[in-house]
Design a protein around this ligand. Structure first.
Ligand code: ADP
Length: 309
């Protein structure tokens, strides 16, 4: 099978998670019961998902010079991923997310410190030109400085590299930027942010998808959690249902799905086949705790799909 090369340009974030009997009030110090840390960030999760699914994918992100950067690099090495195009700064720290969870109510408080992810320069984007030139698809999110996203998308356009935009976490972007997307993959919240339509079912997803397609986007994929993904193309619009599984942890479901889409598209699968593959990948990932660490390997995805027949 001939696979094309693909690039994920986005975030690595070190997730630091603490659980305790209640969330701290201002100035209160609470004795917690559990601490866990692990590699995350939407870009990284999506890249790991695509890589483990068999894609020839390159990660571009920016790290500090600190021990969290070492975690990123060690994880990539363990998974046999290339770190050749990782960027560094010694001015600020690697991006972190501090997550505090109330173990009784599961409510949380999250503080994200973008650090290195806010510092990608025009020269650094120019430095990946040869990578973008050779790639068929570029997948981006909204966790790095937006001017860098704009530059890399323009570069992709110049070389005919198709851009998949996962505009998460949602913040407004210009219509001119959106129109450069070959595909967008919002969840319900992001689709509402992009269109003003409250997306809750297939019908509202179709309305939102129509608006997005009118903005010049060829393929719109709106993910609807355990219901599946609504997909709209020039000649077909329908729901690709999710697989019924016993979900343990749905954080990162969207990342799993995006990584799966990227991997399948790079093998020349059409969007409908790719969405089925991505749904299987996501269904496997939600059955395990964690984001990057819960992404399944290619053989697990194939076995899962074969067992559905
Ligand atoms: P996000 O994490 O960005 O909010 P979604 O929750 O919409 O993304 O999930 C993305 C995809 O993951 C869905 O389209 C579906 O295929 C799959 N998925 C999500 N939750 C479940 C679940 N509980 N069971 C099976 N598949 C799921």
């Amino acid at each position: 099978m001939k696979k094309s090369k693909v690039v994920v340009f986005g975030s690595f974030v070190m997730d630091l998670m603490a659980r305790g009997p209640h969330l701290p009030r201002p100035a209160e110090s609470v004795k917690g019961t559990m601490f866990q840390m692990g590699p995350g960030g939407k870009g990284f999760n999506q890249c790991v998902a695509a890589h483990k699914a068999g894609a020839e994918v390159t990660m571009v992100t920016k790290l500090g010079r600190d021990s969290f950067a070492d975690v990123a690099l060690d994880t990539m090495k363990e998974l046999n991923m290339s770190s050749e195009h990782i960027l560094y700064t010694d001015q600020v720290s690697t991006a972190t997310a501090l997550v505090v969870v109330d173990e009784n109510t599961a409510q949380n408080q999250i503080m994200v410190i973008p650090g290195s992810l806010n510092t990608i320069t025009a020269d650094e984007v120019a430095g990946i030109e040869s990578l973008i030139k050779e790639a068929e698809y570029l997948l981006i999110q909204l966790e790095v400085n937006q001017d860098a996203n704009e530059l890399v998308v323009d570069m992709a356009e110049k070389y005919g590299c198709k851009v998949i935009m996962n505009l998460a976490p949602y913040s407004p972007v210009s219509d001119a930027f959106l129109a450069k997307a070959y595909m967008v993959t919002p969840n319900e919240v992001e689709a509402e942010g992009m269109t003003g339509i409250v997306v809750s079912d297939t019908e509202s997803a179709k309305k939102a998808a129509d608006i997005l397609r009118e903005k010049g986007i060829e393929i719109v994929v709106i993910t609807l959690g355990s219901r599946g993904a609504f997909i709209s193309t020039k000649d077909r619009a329908e729901l690709v249902p999710a697989f019924k599984v016993n979900a343990q942890d749905t954080t990162g479901a969207g990342d799993a799905f995006n990584g799966g889409l990227l991997a399948a598209l790079s093998e020349g699968k059409d969007i409908w086949e790719a969405a089925r593959f991505a749904s299987a990948l996501a269904a496997l990932s939600v059955q395990k705790k964690g984001a990057a660490v819960s992404m399944p390997w290619r053989n697990e995805i194939e076995d899962f799909l074969a067992a559905q027949k």
